[in-house]
Design a protein. Sequence first.
Length: 384
Amino acid sequence: MDDVWDLVVVGAGPAGSAAALRARQLDPGCRVLLLDRAAFPRDKACGDGIAAHARQELALLGLPGLLDDHRPTPRLSVTSPGGARVSAVVARPNHVVPRRVFDARLVEAARARGVEVRRHRVRTLTALGEHVVIDGHLVARAVVAADGANSAVRRLIGVPPSPDRHTAIAVRGYADVPPDDDEQVIVMQSEAWPAYAWSFPVGDGTANVGYGLLLPMLRQTGRPGREILHGRLARLLPLLGEVRSPVRDLRAHHLPLSSGRPVPGAGRVLLAGDAASLVNPLTGEGIYYALLSGRLAAEAAIGSPGDPLRAYRRGLRRALGRHLRTTDALALAARSPGFIDAAIAVAARRTEVFDLLVDVGLGAGTVPPRLAAAVALRWLKNFT
Ligand SMILES: Cc1cc2nc3c(=O)[nH]c(=O)nc-3n(C[C@H](O)[C@H](O)[C@H](O)COP(=O)(O)OP(=O)(O)OC[C@H]3O[C@@H](n4cnc5c(N)ncnc54)[C@H](O)[C@@H]3O)c2cc1C
């Protein structure tokens, strides 16, 4: 057996790298091992949209300038399923950075902070008193499982996968766009609702374009997933702005939505990011929640080694409790596309509502009762 690691992190996406970075930030002497089955840089199916809220997390992790060489994306346009549209400058700009670049930078930053990074696919896990043994030879005081939507560690500790009704699936690709395109475009679809297509310009004359929907809606079609996802993206492309080339590098993946989140771990194993089903059910945004939960998991593992899970649950509740209850409720209301039509129509008229919806969709925002009432009123009016 190896020596004992203070923390072993499984998966080096944003959640895992954030956990490793935070652990060494809190205790520069602690031994942290970051495992990933892939060699970095590696691609990951994603829209590559990095919200301002995620950059705030990067700053907390001591990496405020990680994306400074990438152009910010100041505008966001959202079209509702019924055609209401808002296009406005966001209060704090988002970024669009391909995951091949973003994730590799995080891993490099972790390595530079003294984290040991190894290529290793985790297959087994055993609780042994105050330790966890991985694959028979890696011994850890605590484990952060950040191994993504189809988390093997989650399965190994007996936490069931997200139910289909709380899982989305989306495809993304890249296409050429005008180099000065600086607007993130989201076009929601009433067909197979809830569903939407997007174009997120990278800033180098290309954009990440994609289409996603709930897994049961895809299954209902009875057709191969690839045919539906690729076909609908091709059909919706003309709505996404000036796309100048065919879409290349198509890649799809599941999004486990927070409306179906499980207990966030067992014993000394803490689930973070997609492994904890923390993707926003309204937008499909997951990077911010991955960075945040990874950070909180490390804080619990290093700060409360006696009972890290209890500390982690408390941390998650403080940071995201109200927000998650808000998005649970909104995801239910949004089953009626008319609710989203009303919300976007209100946001188009009132900047503070637009800003608030951005905070709810991309960050830890909540909805004040007065605003909920204004949207509900408009929604009801549309019925009468
Ligand atoms: C098409 C699509 C578009 C999206 N668009 C956006 C967007 O624009 N903005 C946004 O914020 N979010 C978006 N998301 C969600 C976002 O991609 C995820 O929420 C985010 O990647 C979660 O990060 P993570 O670190 O939890 O997991 P991941 O990024 O999936 O990283 C998990 C890592 O674990 C490794 N791993 C897996 N199994 C093992 C194992 N057994 N042993 C060792 N390593 C293992 C993998 O190789 C991987 O590197 C999108 C998702 C999809 C599918």
